[in-house]
Design a protein around this ligand. Structure first.
Ligand code: FAD
Length: 414
């Protein structure tokens, strides 16, 4: 399907919404209509509930559905990571089974990559997958798995062959989470939130057909997921029409459940939006040193926003997500750290206080203990720099002595 321009898209969508949307209908029924019409994810292929349009049309359509008082596709790791990964690498049978329930909100997903002994060195993971008749048996431990406590499915990377070099013995599975072999234990963070979990896999079963990509070919599939993960920007709940109605109420409940674990993410990003207000409230907005620090921070933040805009435009022209995602992610870490520093300069010792009498009602203290997560999630800053050095600047690759050894012969930490 050739895509129309933005104005035509808006007009066609308004017509569709006018004919089909009813705020009192069940949310699931509305989402089925979105899936049938291709309006839920217009950039997906027509065969898989989309319209085959470029990526930029997703943003326009999502914003316009909200502006029309309706509801769009669900938010979450299913839409942002699992579906693009399935569309790129999944068999038709698997896509048939798993893509539509993501779009209708019927199934939610979590990412089961990291392990206690494998984070940056993801290809060094040791959770094992052994084929047993018509299923795979999985044993091991995952950690830092956001939202695993309410996910239906997991994007699981596991080792199916330890006799070959580490990158070649991995397989990517769609793991059903609600089974006896999967135990999810929430972790409490130093900012008192509990977004992550440990996931213990003890003889967990995966049907044979749930392999995404090839057996032993999980690494390139994982790279696709990671490339989409590095595109993450600020995550904000959709501003649904405040009126009542079954579909709207159900969409708000779905969004609240999803965003509960992300409530501290604005603080993780440093709250640069609050530095001017903070400086004024503290009576230091006229201080030369603080004014310069604020100006430097806002410049960093605007330049990064424009870089993301450039990346979005490149994607709209059909480029795959690539190195610009790593630049953007690194910039977000720098902004978060700089913002925490500026807030601390303004609040001085009071930055350590929490509770109602503290600066910005405790937000500054939460910023200081949440910002470190920004430069770890989705790949650490150091790993991003390695990627930039090798892929963008063309510098020699990092020395990796364990790259060609069979995994079973590598001495592992932990
Ligand atoms: C907010 C948040 C959400 C997350 N969500 C998920 C999730 O949903 N699913 C999931 O699977 N994981 C998740 N993670 C885990 C995350 O992917 C890992 O924490 C991350 O990849 C780093 O791994 P690690 O913690 O094992 O640190 P390590 O890999 O042990 O790194 C320790 C330090 O060594 C440095 N280092 C390591 N290797 C190199 C190298 N080659 N060169 C230079 N420096 C190096 C690192 O940069 C870091 O500073 C999440 C983490 C956070 C903070």
């Amino acid at each position: 399907m050739t895509e129309p321009g933005p104005q035509e898209i808006r007009a066609e969508l308004a017509d569709f919404v006018g004919r089909n949307w009813n705020p009192d209908m069940p949310l699931r029924d509305w989402r089925e209509l979105l899936a049938d019409s291709g309006w839920g994810a217009p950039s997906w292929p027509e065969r898989w509930h989309g319209r085959g349009w470029p990526d930029w049309t997703d943003d326009i359509v999502a914003a316009e559905l909200i502006a029309l008082g309706a509801v769009g596709a669900p938010v979450g790791l299913g839409m942002s990571l699992a579906a693009p990964t399935l569309l790129a690498h999944g068999s038709d049978k698997l896509k048939e089974q798993l893509v539509r329930p993501i779009l209708t909100g019927e199934q939610t997903w979590c990412q089961l990559f990291s392990e206690p002994g494998a984070g940056s060195d993801l290809a060094g993971l040791s959770t094992s997958a052994v084929r047993d008749g018509d299923q795979w048996d999985v044993n091991g431990q995952k950690v830092w798995n956001t939202s695993a406590h309410h996910a239906d499915m997991g994007m699981l990377l596991a080792r199916s062959d330890s006799q070959v070099p580490k990158h070649r013995g991995l397989t990517y599975f769609a793991l059903p989470m609600r089974q006896p072999g999967v135990e999810v234990r929430p972790l409490r963070q130093m900012n008192f939130h509990a977004s992550f979990n440990e996931v213990f896999l003890t003889d967990a079963h995966v049907p044979l057909d749930n392999v995404i990509g090839e057996v032993g070919g999980g690494w390139p599939v994982a790279l696709t997921t990671l490339a989409y993960e590095r595109r993450f920007g600020a995550m904000r709940p959709p501003a649904y029409d405040p009126r009542r109605g079954r579909a709207l109420d159900e969409a708000r409940a779905e969004s609240d459940a999803h965003f509960a674990v992300y409530s501290w993410y604005p603080q993780r990003a440093g709250r640069s939006d609050l530095v001017i207000e903070h400086a004024r409230a503290a009576g230091v907005a006229g201080d030369q040193v603080i004014r310069q620090a604020i100006a430097r921070l806002i410049i960093l933040q605007r330049v990064s926003a424009w870089t993301s805009e450039r990346a979005r435009t490149a994607r709209a022209r059909g480029a795959r997500p690539g190195a610009e995602g790593s630049i953007g992610k690194l910039a977000l870490s720098n902004i978060a750290r700089e913002s925490a520093r500026v807030h601390a300069m303004i609040a001085r010792a009071q930055a350590l206080l929490a509770g109602p009498d503290s600066p910005l009602n405790g937000i500054v203290a939460e910023v200081l203990i949440s910002v470190p997560a920004q430069s770890i999630a989705g790949g650490t800053d150091e790993i991003q720099k390695n990627i930039l050095a090798e892929k963008v600047l063309g510098l020699p690759p990092e020395i990796r002595t364990d790259k060609d050894l069979p995994f079973a012969q590598i001495h592992r930490r932990g």
